[in-house]
Structures are given as structure tokens and as C-alpha cells.
Design a protein around this ligand. Structure first.
Ligand code: NAP
Length: 454
């Protein structure tokens, strides 16, 4: 697919970028490899200066970066600004804490002394998605650059200007040539890069399908991977929940980023006692969303990232209905030019319905009513995914006990999922493996090297 900017609000293509030819790709790989030879030994203070400067630039000129997100994938402009601010926080977080996270660790031993050092491993390759065009790269690049690795990124083909803006940002902040490299490459070239002996680790954020292809290729080459894949997060509302808070959380959880988040709340599992009231208030709140230009700060419903994405979601809804689901809100394209989906609620989804196990990447909520807490947990766990999830209850100890029984990577109590630099992010089952962010994220691609003195 060509790398191009097509505004999902008006369908206009405003920029196209050619894919790398073989000689350019080879030169970029060699430059990254040469850069690693010096970057691996730069002092933490020098790496910190680069990342802190990049964070400062994002804070000084947020609109320059935010408007490209909205142009290329349609995010509401206020949310694009929020994403830019989060990236600045991630860059700063690793600038400040990396040295501590990677400090040599002295181990107690029976005799002699033993130390574990954390050494960089080389050039890393990331394959990244469009839904948070800077945040996804920041959480891969920031820890790894601070660890002394260098990174190359193949970004999604619909956000090429964001991809270039992030590369420029790091260069402007003082990163040497080759420390961060954007690659406009084909899927065949992705395979070639993974095979290249100069690449020592591979990270992918995206769909299960892409994850399976990239992880298999890396596995064939005995290269470590991290996989941040899809999710169908459960949003459990127990009978003692604060209903107003739960409905507000449901709206944020399902509608943020027009529903196109891996940790969006996707399956609403409500205990019978609150089910009717919750559904009625959720429906009413969803009805208030109005499509419009995402650059306009008053717009509440953003388009999906592309016509293709909308077509795919509409087809999933159609299949769900053919499988017996009932549409209680929305269900179709919104009455507005552009790739807009009506906020939608589907109910009566039985386990045989394909929707039961699918991820809906857009503003489509699957609603389930259950008799009690145990049934809610069982339903939450009956999923191929395990990324995030939420539990609403006014009894925090109870909510924690429920959280412990959910098979997933992250659980949020009395709020929808969210991400912060200091909280580990990642999943289990088909949602992938490995963690990004926090102290855990910086440990994924370092060599925990034992040095033992007799
Ligand atoms: P996608 O199609 O898998 O695309 C993600 C990236 O993978 C893009 O750069 C894409 O390139 C590339 N890609 C796709 N197929 C490939 C292949 N066969 N070989 C090599 N590269 C390949 O993902 P998407 O559907 O656009 O993004 C949404 C998915 O990402 C959802 O499932 C969402 O839940 C998941 N996600 C997960 C997380 C997380 O942290 N767990 C975060 C965000 C999103 P092209 O653009 O050129 O196709």
C-alpha cells in the first residue's frame, strides 16, 4: 500500500510518499548499525538531553504535531493535543528514570560477587499502527534510545506525515543520524529487515494478523519480539456500582479516539440489577454525539481513520445481526459526509455469534446482562483476548478481588483503561506479550548480563 495522507473527514489525498528503494534501505540499515556503535557508549546524560529536548519541543509546539494526527487519521483535535502531551511525558519519564532502571544490580551469592548489567542489544525494528501515531512510537523509541539501542520504525501507511514529524523531532532534539530512522517500506521489505542480521529485536503494535506474520518471521530468525495486539476489553458493572460514574466511564471508554483504541471498553457486562438503567443512560449519552470536522474543537464524533475501516466495521455489525444480535442504538453510517460511524449498541450476542469473540475497532458497544459477579467474570474471561478491562463497584476490595480473577494484562477500577508513562502496558492471550512503558518497558530489549567474580 502507498504511504499517503488521506483525510478521513473529506476523503482528499494531499500527499503521497514513495517506498524506499533497495539501495536506500541498505544505506539506512548501515547508518543505524554504525550509529549503534557510538550510541551504545554515550553517557546517560547525553541521551537524557536528547529526549528531554524532544519533550520540550512537543510542549512548545503542540499544534504543529497535533494537527497532523487529525489531518491523517481524523482524531478530534483536543484528543490529538492530549496525545502530544502524553508523548512529552513519556520522553521525559525515560529521560529521568532510565539510568536508575538500568543500574547494575548486585546479587547475593554463596561465594565471590555477582553483578547483573543491563546492556543494549543493537538495532531494533518497530512496526507501528496509526491509531495513536506518536504515542505508539514514543513508547517504543523512548525507553530503547535511553537504553542505548537504536530504533528503526515502519509506521502505518496512512500516517506518513506523523512518521516523518517524529523522526524530525528527534533529529531536531540532537539525536545522531541513525539513532531513529523512519522507513517507508513494503511488507516484503518488512520481512527483509526482520531477516537482516543487523536487526536484534522486533516490536509490533497492531492487529493479531500482522503480529502473527511479524512474530513468525522474527522467531524464524531467533529474534526477540514484543507484541501489543488487539483487545476486546470487558467493562464490568456490579450491582453496587455508582451508575452515573459507570455510564460516564463507559462513554469515555468506548468513544475515546472514536472507539479505535486497543484498550477501548468493548464488552459491557452489567449485572442484572443495574442492566436496564445502565443501558438506558448509555444509549441516551451516545445519542448526543455529533459528527463534524475533527479540527473543530466543538465536534464530538470523529470519523474513523478511513473508508476501509468504516466498511470493515459496518460489515462486522451486519454479520453480528445476521448471527442474531439486536441493534438498540445506531448500527449504520452516520448521516454526514466522511468516514463516520453511528455510535452503536448491540445486544443479544450469544457465544455462536461471530461478534462474541471479535474486536470492534470503532464506536460499537457489545452489551451483555449477567445474573451476578461470577457470571460477569466468566463472560469477561471467555475471550481470545486479554489486554485491559474495567470493574465498577463501590466496594474497592470487592472490585480488586474481581480484578484478580480476570485473565488480562491490566484492570482499571471505577474508570476506563488509560495509559501513563509509569504504568506497565500490555496483554496476554491473543493480545500479545511483553510490556511497554514503566520500568518493565525498558527491560524488554536489554541484555541482562551476569558478571561473576570468583
Ligand atoms: P495492522 O493492520 O496490524 O497495522 C499495524 C502495522 O502493521 C502497520 O504499520 C501495518 O502496515 C503493519 N502491517 C500490517 N500487516 C502487515 C504484514 N503482513 N507484514 C508487515 N507489516 C504489517 O493494525 P490496524 O488494524 O491498522 O490497527 C489496529 C489494531 O492494532 C487493533 O487490533 C488494535 O487493537 C491494535 N492495537 C494494539 C495496541 C496495543 O498496545 N496492544 C495499541 C494500538 C493498537 P500498513 O499500514 O502498511 O498496512
Amino acid at each position: 500500500m502507498a504511504y499517503q495522507t488521506t483525510n478521513p473527514f473529506d476523503g482528499k489525498t494531499s500527499a503521497t510518499f514513495p517506498e524506499c528503494d533497495a539501495a536506500t534501505l541498505e544505506a539506512k540499515l548501515q547508518q543505524a548499525s554504525d550509529c549503534f556503535d557510538q550510541w551504545r557508549t554515550t553517557a546517560f546524560a547525553e541521551r537524557t538531553a536528547v529526549l528531554a529536548k524532544a519533550a520540550a519541543i512537543l510542549r512548545e509546539r503542540p499544534d504543529e504535531f497535533a494537527s497532523l494526527i487529525t489531518l491523517e487519521m481524523g482524531k478530534l483535535i483536543a484528543q490529538s493535543r492530549g496525545e502530544v502531551a502524553l508523548c512529552a511525558a513519556i520522553l521525559d519519564y525515560y529521560a529521568q528514570h532510565a539510568e536508575g532502571f538500568l543500574a547494575p544490580e548486585t546479587l547475593p551469592t554463596q561465594s565471590g560477587t555477582a553483578v547483573v548489567e543491563s546492556a543494549p542489544i543493537g538495532v531494533l525494528f518497530g512496526v507501528e499502527p496509526w491509531n495513536f501515531p506518536y504515542y505508539q512510537i514514543a513508547r517504543f523509541a523512548a525507553p530503547n534510545l535511553m537504553a542505548g539501542n537504536v530504533v528503526m520504525v515502519k509506521h502505518a501507511s496512512n500516517v506518513p506525515q506523523c512518521a516523518l514529524a517524529f523522526e524530525r523531532l528527534l533529529h531536531e532534539a540532537g539525536a545522531p543520524a541513525g539513532a531513529y530512522t523512519n522507513l517507508f517500506i513494503s511488507k516484503d521489505q518488512v520481512a527483509q529487515v526482520i531477516d537482516d542480521p543487523r536487526i536484534r529485536g522486533v516490536a509490533l503494535t497492531g492487529s493479531e494478523a500482522a503480529g502473527a506474520v511479524v512474530a513468525a518471521r522474527a522467531g524464524h530468525n531467533l529474534k526477540k519480539t514484543t507484541m501489543e495486539l488487539g483487545g476486546s476489553d470487558a467493562f464490568i458493572v456490579l450491582e453496587d456500582a455508582d451508575l452515573e460514574r459507570a455510564v460516564k466511564g463507559a462513554i469515555q471508554g468506548r468513544m475515546g479516539n472514536a472507539g479505535q483504541a486497543c484498550t477501548a471498553s468493548k464488552r459491557f457486562i452489567v449485572v442484572e440489577a443495574l442492566a436496564d438503567q445502565f443501558l438506558e443512560q448509555f444509549q441516551a449519552a451516545l445519542a448526543s454525539f455529533k459528527p463534524g470536522n475533527p479540527m473543530d474543537k466543538d465536534t464530538t464524533l470523529a470519523p474513523l481513520c478511513s473508508e476501509d475501516a468504516l466498511g470493515h466495521l459496518l460489515q462486522q455489525v451486519r454479520r453480528a445481526v445476521e448471527g442474531g444480535a439486536r441493534v438498540v442504538s445506531g448500527g449504520g453510517r452516520a448521516d454526514h459526509a466522511g468516514a463516520f460511524m453511528q455510535p452503536t449498541i448491540l445486544t443479544d450476542i450469544d457465544p455462536a455469534n461471530p461478534a462474541y469473540k471479535e474486536e470492534f475497532f470503532g464506536p460499537v458497544a457489545l452489551f451483555f446482562r449477567v445474573p451476578d459477579e461470577d457470571a460477569a467474570i466468566a463472560l469477561a474471561n471467555d475471550s481470545p483476548f486479554g489486554l485491559g478491562g474495567s470493574v465498577f463497584s463501590s466496594d474497592i476490595d470487592r472490585a480488586k478481588r474481581v480484578a484478580s480473577r480476570i485473565e488480562t494484562g491490566m484492570v482499571f477500577i471505577n474508570r476506563p483503561a488509560s495509559s501513563a508513562p509509569d504504568l506497565p502496558f500490555g496483554g496476554i492471550k491473543n493480545s500479545g506479550y511483553g510490556r511497554e512503558l514503566s520500568g518493565a518497558g525498558i527491560q524488554e530489549f536489554v541484555n541482562k548480563k551476569l558478571i561473576r567474580v570468583a
